[in-house]
Design a protein around this ligand. Structure first.
Ligand code: BTN
Length: 268
C-alpha cells in the first residue's frame, strides 16, 4: 500500500536486545496466518524464540474463534515457544504476552496502554492489540506453543470499523507512523523477560507487574462458560490465569481464562 514503509530486517538486527526471541526470524510480505507458518516451522524443528512476522495476513485468527483483520502497517507476529513444563503454563501466555506488548509499547512511545484480561492491550478502553496462544501436544506433554501477537500500528482503525468499533491503532493515537522495528524488538525483549519469570517460577513478580498494568479490575463483565453466562464485576486478578468475578448478591467465582469461551466488557 502506498505510504506504508516495509519492515526492515537490518533495523531489527540493530535494535534487538534479546538473548533468544527473534534472533531467528522470518519476515514475510503475506501469509494466511503467521501461526500457520510458525506451526510448520515448529513441526520441522524450529527452536524456541523463532519469530515469524508478516506485513499482512489473509486469514488472521483471534481468540474465541474470531477473525483477526490484518491490514498492512500492523505488527502480525508469532513466536515459537517450547516450554519445558506443564501444559497449564500455556494458559498464562496470552496475559504475559499482553503485558509484554503493553510494556514494550509504553516504553517505546511514552504512552500508557493497559492490559485487559484475558488477552487484550487497550488504551482508553479501546483495543490496541491482542495476544493468542495455541498449543500442540504430543501424548500428554506440550510439544510447542505459538505466541501470536497482533498490534494495530500504522493504519487507521477505521479500516477495522464494522469489524470492531471499540478498536484503536497507534496511528490514531500518535498521529504519525511509529517505528515498527523498534516496537517489535521492545515487545520481544519484554516477552523474553516476563516468560523467563514464569518459567523460573517467579509468578509473584509476574503477577505484580500484571496488576500494575491491569485495567480489568473494577470492570463489569459478562463471561460465557459453556452454556452458563456469568455477569458481575471483575474484582481482581487471582493468578496469571484466573480472575475473581463478584455477583450482585455478593457471591463470587474464580474463573480461569481456559474455561471462558468469550468475555464481554459491559458499560457501567
Ligand atoms: C485476540 O485478541 O483475539 C488475539 C489476536 C491475535 C492475533 C495475532 S496476529 C499474529 C498471529 N496470527 C494470527 O492469525 N493471530 C495472531
Amino acid at each position: 500500500m502506498k505510504g506504508v514503509s516495509l519492515l526492515d530486517n537490518r533495523k531489527i538486527d540493530r535494535c534487538l536486545r534479546t538473548r533468544q526471541f527473534g534472533r531467528l526470524r522470518l519476515l514475510l510480505d503475506a501469509c494466511t496466518s503467521t501461526n500457520d507458518v510458525a506451526r510448520d516451522l515448529a513441526l520441522a524443528g524450529a527452536p524456541e524464540g523463532y519469530a515469524i512476522v508478516s506485513e499482512t495476513q489473509t486469514e488472521g485468527r483471534g481468540r474465541f474463534g474470531r477473525a483477526w483483520l490484518s491490514p498492512r502497517g500492523g505488527i502480525w507476529l508469532t513466536a515459537i515457544l517450547r516450554p519445558p513444563t506443564l501444559f497449564s503454563s500455556l494458559l498464562s501466555i496470552p496475559l504475559i504476552g499482553a503485558l509484554a506488548v503493553a510494556r514494550g509499547v509504553n516504553s517505546t512511545l511514552g504512552i500508557r496502554t493497559k492490559v485487559r484480561w484475558p488477552n487484550d492491550v487497550v488504551l482508553d478502553h479501546r483495543k490496541l492489540a491482542g495476544v493468542s496462544a495455541e498449543g500442540m501436544s504430543r501424548g500428554n506433554s506440550l510439544d510447542f506453543a505459538l505466541l501470536g501477537i497482533g498490534v494495530n500500528a500504522n493504519f487507521s482503525s477505521s479500516l477495522l470499523t464494522g469489524f470492531n468499533k471499540s478498536c484503536t491503532s497507534l496511528l490514531d493515537v500518535i498521529g504519525r507512523p511509529v517505528n515498527r522495528e523498534l516496537l517489535i524488538c521492545s515487545i520481544l525483549l519484554e516477552f523474553e523477560q516476563s516468560y523467563g519469570l514464569v518459567l523460573s517460577g517467579n509468578t509473584t513478580r509476574a503477577l505484580d507487574l500484571l496488576r500494575e498494568h491491569d485495567c480489568s479490575a473494577g470492570s463489569k463483565v459478562r463471561v460465557f462458560l459453556g452454556d452458563v453466562q456469568l455477569v458481575g464485576t471483575l474484582t481482581d486478578l487471582v493468578s496469571l490465569t484466573e480472575v475473581r468475578i463478584a455477583r450482585k448478591d455478593c457471591s463470587s467465582t474464580v474463573v480461569d481464562s481456559g474455561s471462558a469461551d468469550s468475555v464481554e466488557y459491559l458499560a457501567d
